[in-house]
Write a new protein. Structure first.
Length: 113
């Protein structure tokens, strides 16, 4: 299970949002990017930008409603003479990120945008 230990340590400090925005994209394929595609065929994991929409906490979890902006690829067939080239598309998904307050384990729930 993916973890966000730096974000957990930064919770309730002025650096939380900056830390979370830097740490979340490092989870790569653990993020629900591929299953959230609307335009392309393959998520480009190293293109993720994070927007914090809201944040709250319970006794057990830190919950961050997050906008993930990323690119996807729509590859051409790469055949000789094929006019279709590999193209990138803009993608977006809203995700509820829950961080367990004792283990730093992160879970993701895709939300309606």
């Amino acid at each position: 299970m993916p973890t966000l230990p730096k974000s957990l340590r930064a919770w309730d400090t002025p650096t939380f949002e900056k830390t979370f925005k830097a740490e979340l994209p490092t989870l790569g394929n653990a993020l629900p990017l591929q299953e959230s595609l609307t335009s392309g065929s393959f998520a480009v994991e190293d293109s993720v930008e994070v927007m914090v929409i809201s944040q709250s906490a319970t006794e057990d979890f830190i919950k961050i409603k997050t906008g993930l902006f990323y690119k996807s690829l729509m590859p051409g067939c790469a055949c000789s003479g094929d006019p279709t080239v590999e193209d990138t598309q803009n993608e977006h998904v809203t995700v509820l990120v829950s961080i367990h307050r004792k283990t730093a384990e992160a879970s993701f729930q895709c939300l309606e945008s």
